[in-house]
Design a binder for this molecule. Structure first.
Ligand code: SF4
Length: 323
């Protein structure tokens, strides 16, 4: 399985101080293998759409098909919300893919996740948190020692500097606690809006959209927005969905981007929401070939977390160095 660098969360290190609802049941909510299997079935719809040269699929007519009427704003919003409902059925277990036990661990893991995979971060953080369990401990770290521990995540000097800086700020300005407000979080060294939204959404239950590379790519493929700038993407997507959906929508979209709708070769022929996608055909449409492109639990591989939530249907990732 290829490991795709994760930009879901951490900011660029070089930057100085980063419920399922009703709907069609195309895929099993319980078995990822079935999910992929159901995708096999659903591949018929887009294939038909392609044969008739009318665009992607019935559900996405007007969303970009050749000769189709431009899709109205209302139709796009309805389609987007339906896609979210169907993604909730495909990924009822969607969750943050970083292991953490408290807001500080999530903040540290998120900073470490820039330009690497969540798996690599999850394999690295047990040693980090064993040695530096609190902001006070990390603020007092000897930089070279912290650098050595986080070296596997890459950009380890810049990341160590951010971690020591943000831990010092937590110790000195926030009584050693991670704040639960966006304005406070982004005031920490190395913490940008993306990292702050991850922490807010997953450690504080404050709704937030995580616009990472996967999220941006998919929402543009789906014609939910044409914006490239993450903050503009965030604002436009926020206008489509109620706040209560923001955090889980982010997880579902990122799950889909990592497992099926890949950057270079989306597995369109195995995509359970292809019938709603105006970009069907951008990737592999042959169902057999497409299934081979599926990743993580969808492809029968381990996930990224060493300690996944209990409802995760795939296998836990192995610790660093495990065979
Ligand atoms: S894999 Fe991506 S581009 Fe292809 S049909 Fe699915 S959502 Fe659309």
């Amino acid at each position: 399985m290829s490991a795709e660098p994760n930009s879901a969360v951490g900011e660029q290190p070089s930057a100085k101080p980063k419920k399922a609802t009703k709907g069609s049941t195309r895929t099993s909510a319980k078995s990822p293998v079935k999910g992929a299997g159901a995708a096999k079935g659903s591949a018929k719809e887009p294939a038909q759409g392609k044969e008739t040269s009318k665009g992607p699929a019935a559900g996405a007519k007007g969303a970009g098909g050749a000769g189709a009427k431009p899709e109205s704003r209302l139709a796009m919003v309805r389609r987007a919300r339906r896609m979210n409902r169907e993604l909730a059925e495909v990924y009822p277990y969607a969750h943050p893919e970083l292991d953490f036990r408290n807001p500080f661990e999530l903040l540290v893991a998120t900073v470490l996740s820039a330009q690497t995979t969540d798996l690599r971060v999850n394999q690295t953080t047990p040693a980090v948190f064993a040695k530096y369990p609190t902001p006070e401990d990390m603020a007092a770290a000897v930089p070279e020692e912290l650098e050595e521990i986080i070296r596997p995540t890459g950009f380890f000097r810049a990341k160590a500097k951010s971690l020591i800086g943000l831990s010092t700020a937590l110790r000195d300005r926030f009584d050693g606690e991670v704040p639960g407000r966006l304005a406070d979080l982004v005031s920490l060294p190395g913490v940008g809006r993306k990292t702050a939204n991850v922490v807010l959404g997953n450690a504080f239950d404050v709704p937030g959209l995580t616009v990472d590379t996967h999220f941006g790519r998919l929402v543009r493929r789906w014609k939910w927005t044409e914006q490239e700038d993450p903050e503009k993407v965030e604002a436009e997507i926020a206008a489509i969905f109620p706040k209560s959906e923001w955090t889980m929508l982010s997880h579902r979209v990122i799950f889909h981007g990592r497992r099926i709708c890949h950057s270079r070769k989306p597995a369109c022929g195995a995509c359970p929401i292809a019938h709603l996608c105006p970009s069907y055909g951008e990737g592999e449409t042959d169902p057999e070939k497409a299934r081979k492109l599926l990743k993580y639990e969808m492809g029968g591989y381990p996930g990224q977390r060493l300690n996944p939530p209990p409802d995760y249907p795939g296998k836990a990732a192995a610790p660093m160095g495990a065979v």
